[in-house]
Design a protein around this ligand. Structure first.
Ligand code: FES
Length: 574
């Protein structure tokens, strides 16, 4: 239903008044080749495009932006493409996580400072999705998210290959001397066969599915492979729909409610989603003043089985997931576990979106009676080593380590890890617990994906492929292993992780949700008295700003001055 008239739209503040500002704005539209017939009485639609030559997963975004424009024109709107930092996961260093908040700020300000009435957000590669949704909730103008979609399956020698997951597996074999350079290069050649995001249930696939569950995509959009013709059609449908959303005044805060975030967590757990989702969900919800915490996630995890049989927890890939029925099929199987009354960008309910979606391949999308795993993919742990909580992807951990006690082998930072991990004299065995300190939001800085610490070479050669590993950083959603992550508070701010020493005994008990350092409180106090914080590596620029304002992992690692419920104020226009 139309709630807005042309005179009500925010773009009119730039264009319509009969004063010098409006004259100037209209004159500059002519400079671009657009006259009154192009722009008068048309909502302006921003298209925030995270394309760049350095974002390998978004290489189809130039085409998709044109397809979105086509849809905007079809619905009577006027499209305006706005480039934003693209955050390609593989090539941006030291970590895209350092820049998630940067993109969130940039996207918010792009929406704020330009004469646009609604926006299509183009994202997919890991941090782009949470950054864009954070911005959308802060700015709160009508918005629709267009997910990049996963790339096609990888292939090598008759075997399907999953991004990241199988690279890591073959890389471990190569380090162990089991495969030569030529075979590794052939694997590399078959791994990434098209545009699109990693095609395992990594952070990209997880966050795209979460954005759909939150209601921010068109139904079914998040599962479509990037190069399927259905993806181009979906892009133009986004362009058509956003124009109507402007007239209907349907905004992100109407859609991403507290109940929608619970739905998103349920779907994340049922997919065996990336541990990174815990941080991103807290950060996104925080932009609307919705407070999520790790206890809430763990309660949902205990009640939600994993249904998606997708790597790294299962055996299939995202292309299979699409053919099996996609995210709507999975939500259909979850049924009443979800609050199906929540609305999405269509204005209809989640229930409407999923009720008629069949599941075609029930080994790929399991039923509640036949789950892949009886609990959610991510478990939350607490204990004296991580008083504010930490996470583990229990479905990607060797079951023999679910309850384990071992001797700590400590690396004080990432440089130390690389210097010593393959030293034949390193005092380590397969029952040791590898500990990485000073790799968190402030310690690294930027909380990189270093949490799947490499197995020491001398153990790889003995056939060891998993060990208990603990750190205050993150792990790629494509990775696997018994990796305890996001330890909070982090070592660099004096969390107990900073006090662990070689030889300390550490107990991991996933069923009991416990991570415990077997060192007395008295001894820990003595160590604390001697502890000195590491020197932060930046005194200027964005990294210095980041170090002053980033919050801990259990708080979403957003900036303290952005993690708040207020909407972004409109700019003054004179
Ligand atoms: Fe872009 Fe994995 S590198 S999604």
């Amino acid at each position: 239903m139309r709630k807005k008239k042309m005179k009500d739209l925010r773009s009119q503040r730039w264009y319509e008044p009969n004063n010098m500002r409006g004259v100037s704005s209209r004159a500059r539209s002519r400079q671009m080749g657009f006259g009154p017939e192009d722009i008068n009485n048309k909502p302006r639609i921003g298209i925030i495009n995270t394309w760049s030559d350095m974002n390998t997963c978004h290489s189809h975004f130039r085409d998709r932006a044109e397809e979105i424009k086509r849809g905007v024109y079809q619905s009577g709107g006027f499209p305006i493409e706005l480039p934003a930092m693209s955050l390609g996961e593989i090539l941006v260093k030291p970590s895209t996580m350092l820049y998630r908040n940067f993109l969130a700020m940039e996207a918010e300000e792009l929406m704020r400072c330009h004469p646009i009435d609604g926006v299509v957000l183009m994202g997919g590669c890991d941090k782009t999705t949470p950054a864009l949704l954070m911005a959308a909730l802060s700015m709160n103008i009508p918005a629709i998210y267009m997910p990049a979609g996963p790339m096609l399956r990888g292939y090598y020698a008759g075997e399907t290959l999953g991004s990241g997951t199988d690279v890591l597996r073959y890389w471990a074999d190569h380090r162990a001397g089991l495969i030569d350079d030529e075979k590794l290069e052939n694997v590399v050649g078959g791994m990434s066969r098209s545009a699109g995001t990693c095609m395992v249930m990594g952070t990209a696939a997880t966050m795209m599915a979460i954005s759909e569950t939150l209601g921010m995509t068109l139904p079914g959009a998040s599962s479509i492979p990037a190069v399927d013709s259905a993806h181009a059609l979906m892009a133009s449908a986004c362009g058509r729909r956003i124009v109507d959303m402007v007239w209907e005044d349907l905004k992100p805060r109407d859609i991403m409610t507290e109940a929608a975030f619970d739905n998103a967590t349920i779907v994340d757990m049922a997919m065996g989603g990336s541990t990174n989702a815990m941080i991103h969900l807290i950060a996104i919800a925080g932009r609307a003043g919705i407070k999520l915490d790790l206890e809430r996630f763990d309660n949902i995890s205990k009640k939600t089985p994993v249904l998606a049989n997708i790597k790294p927890s299962g055996k299939f890939l995202m292309e299979d997931f699409y053919y099996a029925g996609g995210i709507r099929g999975l939500m259909n199987h979850l049924g009443d576990k979800l609050d199906l009354s929540q609305i999405n960008v269509t204005g209809g309910t989640l229930g409407d979106a999923v009720k008629d979606q069949p599941v075609y391949l029930e080994d790929v999308i399991r039923t509640l009676d036949n789950p892949l795993y009886p609990e959610g993919g991510t478990a939350i742990l607490w204990g004296n080593l991580s008083p504010n909580g930490c996470v583990i992807k229990q479905t990607a951990a060797d079951p023999k380590f679910h309850q384990h006690k071992g001797r700590a082998v400590v690396f004080r930072d990432y440089a130390d890890l690389h210097l010593r991990i393959d030293n034949p004299n390193l005092d380590v065995d397969e029952n040791s617990v590898l500990v990485l300190q000073n790799a968190g939001p402030i310690g690294a800085p930027g909380m990189p994906e270093w949490g799947m610490l490499p197995i020491p070479k001398k153990l790889l050669e003995k056939g060891v492929r998993d060990m208990v590993r603990i750190s205050d950083c993150r792990m790629s959603g494509t990775a696997y292993g018994t990796c305890v992550l996001h330890v909070a508070p982090e070592a660099a701010v004096g969390g107990p992780l900073a006090l662990v020493q070689n030889g300390d005994m550490i107990e991991l008990d996933i069923p009991a949700r416990r991570i415990h350092l077997e060192v007395s409180d008295d001894e820990l106090e003595k160590r604390r008295a001697l502890w000195k914080p590491p020197i932060y590596p930046a005194t200027r620029g964005y990294t210095a700003l980041y170090g002053k304002h980033v919050t801990q992992a259990n708080e979403g690692a957003d900036f303290d001055f952005l993690h708040a419920g207020d909407e972004t104020p409109e700019p003054l226009i004179f």
